[in-house]
Design a protein around this ligand. Structure first.
Ligand code: GMT
Length: 398
């Protein structure tokens, strides 16, 4: 089967998940074609013979205050689908990928080269950006035009039904983690450097946007540090980084915090962490937290969105109301203040992460691809000889 994946190529969770999915599918022998404006971050780390990258170029012109990415993307989809003979297109993040796919399909229908497309909703495409009236009509229409819709958590599915008039079933396929890559490795020399007196290490990873409530991370750390000798690692970059760096200076705790910026080898950093802090305002899933849990790191988070679906209160960490930094700091201190307790939470975190191992989740996407291709071709009144679904259908009895 030949699968086209359309995503944002950046450090954001949707792009990361899309890339990890493409890598996992290519390992299983599928041919995967990424269509986006830059090489996705996690693709750059090694060469994969089944993976192709098609760069969407958006030529500029003095007339364009806003170069039309969606038009360039739809054209790229048309070209790749026809030339590479793709069987299915999988869009990650609704805006503008689903509407561009709809447009591409209208073009392809003229020549009978149209293929089905699946839209995976990731979070802010629904909870923040998508429901803005600027985008909502187009988002609603193009989600409904998708041949299948998936959401990364039950919570996101509910939010989608709440905010949009969706006429179809939404399949929940949770995010996953590759535990072969995300696991605790021995990085004691690194820990020694950052926490020379055996301090506890807290970590936060995000895009430093306001939805992440990064100032709350600093407030929590300030409270924890007063009770437990500790250090904080801040990974990622974004609009609020300067503000929180200034805040840390004002509080006099800057020297105990390392702002590491965007990092590719996240699992090495997570390997030395004792606690992951995620005080988000909304979070459809929290992929960064799952990756931390896979590296034995318990989680202090809010109870927003899909976080209660991965963070089990009192077991893998604790959940608090959004903005309740006192509760989050108290919970952090509770976990960190006793070595045996910390050990228990770490064990529970990794056990929970294993439930989201990629081998449990990838087959759900494979099954959906085959179902969608089969249904689409039946509807088009075509025979099923094209894509390699027959083989898969026999193996999985669908
Ligand atoms: O968290 C972000 O702002 C990035 C965003 C994205 O679309 O790249 O992440 C969303 O998708 C991730 C992967 O499915 C989820 O793990 C995140 O929870 C979700 N972010 C939000 O809902 C805020």
């Amino acid at each position: 089967m030949k699968i086209g994946i359309v995503c944002y190529p950046t450090f954001g969770g949707s792009g990361v998940l899309a890339t990890e999915l493409g890598l996992a599918l290519s390992d299983k022998g599928y041919e995967v074609h990424f269509i986006t404006y830059e090489q996705p971050v996690r693709l750059t780390q090694s060469f994969h013979p089944n993976i192709y990258f098609h760069e969407v170029k958006v030529p500029t012109y003095p007339l364009f205050d806003f170069p039309p990415y969606e038009t360039a993307l739809a054209s790229a989809m048309v070209n790749v689908i026809v030339n590479q003979k793709l069987d299915i297109l999988h869009l990650h993040y609704a805006i503008p990928h689903a509407s561009a796919a709809y447009f591409a399909r209208q073009i392809l229908k003229k020549t009978g080269n149209d293929i089905p497309f699946i839209t995976t909703l990731h979070g802010t495409d629904i909870t923040l950006v998508g429901r803005d009236t600027t985008y909502a009509p187009v988002v609603t229409f193009s989600i409904n035009e998708s041949d299948a819709i998936t959401a990364v958590s039950d919570s996101l599915k509910e939010e989608t039904y709440k905010w949009f008039n969706i006429e179809k079933d939404i399949h929940v396929i949770p995010n996953f983690v590759d535990v072969k890559r995300f696991h605790q490795s021995d990085k004691n020399h690194f820990k020694q450097m950052l926490a020379p007196d055996g301090e506890r290490i807290l970590v936060h990873v995000s895009n430093f946007r306001s939805v992440k409530r990064v100032p709350d991370v600093i407030k929590i750390f300030d409270k924890v540090k007063k009770v437990i000798p500790s250090k904080l690692l801040m990974i990622g970059d974004g609009p609020e980084r300067q503000m929180v760096e200034d805040m840390a200076r004002t509080l006099g705790i800057y020297n105990d915090i390392r702002f590491l910026g965007k990092q590719e080898q996240i699992s090495e950093i997570l390997s030395i962490a004792d606690l992951f802090i995620l005080p988000s305002e909304t979070e459809s899933f929290g992929l960064s937290a799952l990756e931390a849990m896979a590296c034995n790191v318990p989680l202090i988070s809010t109870n927003a969105g899909g976080l209660p679906e991965i963070n089990i209160h009192g077991k893998t960490g604790f959940l608090s109301d959004v903005g309740d930094v006192d509760s989050m700091a108290e919970n952090a201190i509770f976990i960190l203040s006793d070595a045996d307790r910390l050990h228990h939470f770490k064990k529970a975190a990794i056990a929970q992460a294993r439930k989201f191992e990629k081998q449990h989740i990838i087959p759900q996407y494979e099954k959906l691809y085959c179902q969608v291709i089969t249904d689409y071709n039946i509807a088009k009144n075509k025979c099923l000889t094209g894509p390699s679904c027959d083989k898969f259908a026999t193996e999985t009895h669908i």
